[in-house]
Design a binder for this molecule. Structure first.
Ligand code: NDP
Length: 286
């Protein structure tokens, strides 16, 4: 039996970066400097880790960055004001707001404040609507876009493929399913109320796991030869980082599988950079 292949995120991220470096060079020659603003409330470990990756990636590509750190007890009015300042600032082309926001802030209102043209990680409902409409002028969230880019990079046929997306959050599951539908896949979305989950997932040519449960996906969830994309970031019983898929158990049965870490997560920041460049070009009528 042929063994599965571990498909890493790095080659995908590097390819995207390489193309972006050229695009940014062209812009800089014309006096245009793409710039990302990151809005962070407090200093949560997850946010800081993601921020470090994003800053490093942008720096490599030549994208300028600015971090707006707001205090933990910020009010709704102050947060909205900070966001409006960035909306109006012509030097800023992309805005990333770390979420979830602290409890005193009303995210349902704030998501309407961010300018959709600068919203590089799909916070604005305008950008969510564009995914639904198959309108590619907007910005789908970075992680689902990373999933699609990985599949394309490794030449996985999407058109007509039977794809099961496990998870239906607005951050990962739902937009991932919609992006794959736009690629002409036949998409099934599963969630915590799905009956006979293993039966549904084991029909999939491509399985996308975005559940948030350590090593939940075992061998019996997988069709022989399936491509498995593991979006989950969890901690296992030994305190080690792991995905939603029990990779060693599934490895022999799958044809390709993304690792955790070094899989989907490592592509996300390149997509963010790609969105900043796209936003910058659109704002400069390019
Ligand atoms: P959520 O908790 O918001 O959503 C989880 C989804 O999985 C829900 O739709 C839920 O169903 C479903 N689910 C939970 N338990 C089960 C179960 N036992 N059987 C079937 N379905 C189940 O998580 P997120 O979507 O935000 O994130 C998912 C994972 O992806 C997490 O591990 C997160 O850390 C990771 N992640 C990774 C990123 C990356 O860059 N690689 C970025 C963002 C997230 P229901 O709707 O019915 O509750």
């Amino acid at each position: 039996a042929t063994k599965g292949q571990i498909i890493k995120g790095k080659p995908v991220a590097d390819q995207i970066s390489e193309n972006l470096i050229k695009e940014v060079n062209e812009l800089v020659k014309e006096g245009i400097n793409p710039k990302l603003a990151i809005v962070r409330v407090g200093a949560k470990g997850n946010d800081l880790a993601y921020e470090r990756g994003a800053l490093k990636r942008c720096q490599t590509i030549g994208i300028e960055t600015e971090v707006i750190e707001l205090s933990e007890d910020i009010t709704q009015e102050e947060y909205e004001k900070a966001l409006r300042n960035l909306n109006e600032n012509k030097d800023i082309h992309g805005i990333l707001c770390f979420r979830p926001l602290p409890k005193q802030l009303n995210e349902e209102e704030i998501k309407y404040v961010i300018s959709p043209e600068k919203d590089v990680d799909c916070f604005s409902p305008i950008n969510s609507a564009k995914i639904m409409e198959g309108d590619t002028s907007g910005f789908p969230p970075c992680t689902p876009t990373a999933v699609v880019e990985i599949l394309k990079h490794y030449n996985v046929e999407l058109q007509g493929a039977n794809i099961v997306v496990l998870g239906r959050s607005m951050v990962v599951g739902k937009p991932t399913a919609m992006l794959l539908l736009n690629e002409n896949a036949t998409v099934t979305i599963c969630h915590s109320r799905t009956k006979n989950l293993e039966k549904v997932t084991s029909e999939a040519d491509i399985l996308i796991a975005a559940v948030g449960r350590a090593k939940m996906i075992k061998e019996n969830f997988i069709k022989k030869g399936a491509v498995v994309i593991d979006v989950g970031i969890n901690v296992d019983e030994d305190g080690k980082l792991c995905g939603d898929v029990d990779t060693s158990a599934v490895f022999d049965k799958a044809s390709m599988i993304t690792p955790v870490p070094a899989g989907v997560g490592s592509v996300t920041s390149s997509i963010l950079a790609k969105h900043v460049v796209k936003a910058c070009k659109a704002q400069n009528n390019k």
